[in-house]
Write a protein that binds this ligand. Structure first.
Ligand code: ZN
Length: 316
């Protein structure tokens, strides 16, 4: 098994006659549209370059910065029982993470470009920062495995709200309440012990159909998300772009022609984009979208008093 920082060999082809798959092979397959049903799995590592604290990194992790909320223990912020007792710490965190405070980076836009080219089957993300939507990846192409701030539900009468309805309360540091029953409205973030979003189960059809799996910026430690990396067909290549070898890439398997691009995630994605010859297009897309986000950011403050649904949908 190859542990070089930039590994150009497939890990698991040893002993077989088949040629080991390389990053160049994967790029060729994408460029020549051999891969048309690409599934992407992503975790916190794609959002840290946007400045979002990694929930799971000791020292720099969000959990270490929660002391000011006087939680009995850090994980309580995502526990439904604690939320019902005291929702304020969660909403303080929500204010920090609410869509609009951070911007997507090259990694998000690379996935958007895969979508624009009609080759993204689905993106499965563990992130709740909304940067995928902000990068223009349509909601129907996303499985937000740990939920989203884009929608919210009353904890008492279960009435559903657009996430944007909560924005002014959250930004003011006020706990949002239902206009019907006065219950607390909770963004549709998946708390510990809560059911996964219904569309998570798209994996049952997505993964067997996938012709390429790209795994990026995740420790593959949280189940059931982690197990998805093993749900593609045995002949399907898996590309890991990550700081470390994780999940099946670390354990080894003789079934797959896998490639790992280890190191900084943005650098790995940039290398893939360069190998594809997509960098100019990616940079143009980023420039365009950044300009749109700047314009929308300005308009948001103007239209807060007079929101309309269509704009809300595009903003969150
Ligand atoms: Zn209600």
């Amino acid at each position: 098994m190859c542990y070089r920082r930039s590994c150009r060999r497939g890990f698991f082809g040893g002993g077989h006659d088949k040629k080991n798959v390389t990053l160049e092979d994967i790029a060729k397959g994408i460029r020549e549209r051999e891969y048309k049903r690409i599934v992407v799995m992503a975790g916190a590592g794609i959002s840290t370059p946007s400045g979002i604290p990694d929930f799971r990194s000791p020292g720099s992790g969000l959990y270490n910065n929660l002391q000011k909320y006087n939680l009995p223990y850090a994980e309580a912020i995502f526990e439904i029982n604690y939320f019902q007792y005291n929702p304020k710490p969660f909403f303080a965190l929500a204010k920090e993470l609410y869509p609009g405070n951070y911007r997507p980076n090259l990694t998000h836009y690379f996935i958007r470009l895969l979508h624009d080219k009609g080759q993204l089957l689905r993106m499965y993300t563990q992130n709740i920062d909304g940067l995928e939507r902000m990068a223009g990846i349509p909601a129907k192409k996303l499985v937000e495995a740990h939920g989203t701030f884009a929608t919210a539900t009353c904890t008492v009468c279960l009435r559903e709200f657009p996430g944007e309805d909560l924005r002014s309360d959250i930004m003011d540091g006020t706990v949002p309440h239902c206009s019907q029953c006065k219950g607390v409205i909770k963004p549709d973030i998946v708390f510990f012990g809560e059911q996964l979003p219904q569309n998570f189960f798209l994996y049952l059809t997505d993964f067997p159909m996938a012709d390429l799996l790209i795994v990026m910026g995740t420790s593959l430690e949280v189940e059931p998300f982690a197990s998805l990396s093993r749900a593609v067909r045995g002949s399907v290549s898996r590309l890991l772009i990550n700081r470390d070898l994780v999940g099946p890439f670390a354990w080894g398997s003789s079934q797959h022609s896998d490639v790992a691009e280890l190191g900084d995630v943005v650098s790995g994605v940039r290398k893939l984009a360069n190998t594809l010859g997509w960098m100019p297009e990616l940079e143009a897309l980023m420039a365009d979208e950044s300009q749109k986000l700047r314009t929308r950011g300005t308009l948001t403050t103007v239209t807060e008093l007079n929101c309309n649904e269509r704009r809300i949908g595009s903003l969150i």
